[in-house]
Design a protein around this ligand. Sequence first.
Ligand SMILES: C[S@@+](CC[C@H](N)C(=O)[O-])C[C@H]1O[C@@H](n2cnc3c(N)ncnc32)[C@H](O)[C@@H]1O
Length: 210
Amino acid sequence: MKYIPALNLGWLTPLYDPVMLLMRESTFKRTLVEQANIKNGYRVLDIGCGTATLTILIKKAYPGAEVTGLDGDPKILEIAKAKVEKAGLDIALDPGMSFELPYPDHSFDRVFSSLVFHHLTRENKARTFKEIFRVLRSGGELHVADFGKPHNALMYLISLIFRHLEETRDNINGLLPEMFQNAGFERVEETDRFMTPFGTLSLYRARKAL
Ligand SMILES: C[S@@+](CC[C@H](N)C(=O)[O-])C[C@H]1O[C@@H](n2cnc3c(N)ncnc32)[C@H](O)[C@@H]1O
């Protein structure tokens, strides 16, 4: 099974948070959280939570929500655990694979995922979207931040390099929205785009029908 850790090579994982500063992380993650319209009591899942920066942001913004982070890499979950403890927050952190989610059907009101899909092969992207659809309740929403179709000439030039790295090609070809729809999602939209040194970062929203 192909598994790509946070910075591609496992030994680079401790450098993940400093590298993320280059990605305008706080801006795009804040926008992603704001667009999700989370209410008190909502059950929220962050898939591929990594060092839990987004997971912590969600819990701080919505203390009344029940927040869970999931990641397939036990090493990065250790970093996440230390950050969550330091912040004094009640967040569940679970080991697990995005394409075999260890939760019953209809368990969550919102599912987030940031910078994970470009780590997954096309087959695992499709399996993951189906799993997300399964664990969301009817009317629940998926909120994704990941590399998307280049939106200007500079981002296009950068994409010529980055389309060859990890599993980024389908993202850059703009295929994620179509893949959400194939998994059963409706009202699929790209809600925002950001320039980053690694190419266009797109935010998406999709809904499981009521
Ligand atoms: C680039 S990091 C993003 C971390 C975090 N979401 C963020 O935005 O900072 C990608 C994360 O996805 C995790 N990951 C990759 N493939 C996965 C899979 N199939 N299931 C669960 N986690 C996965 C990696 O271990 C890593 O922590």
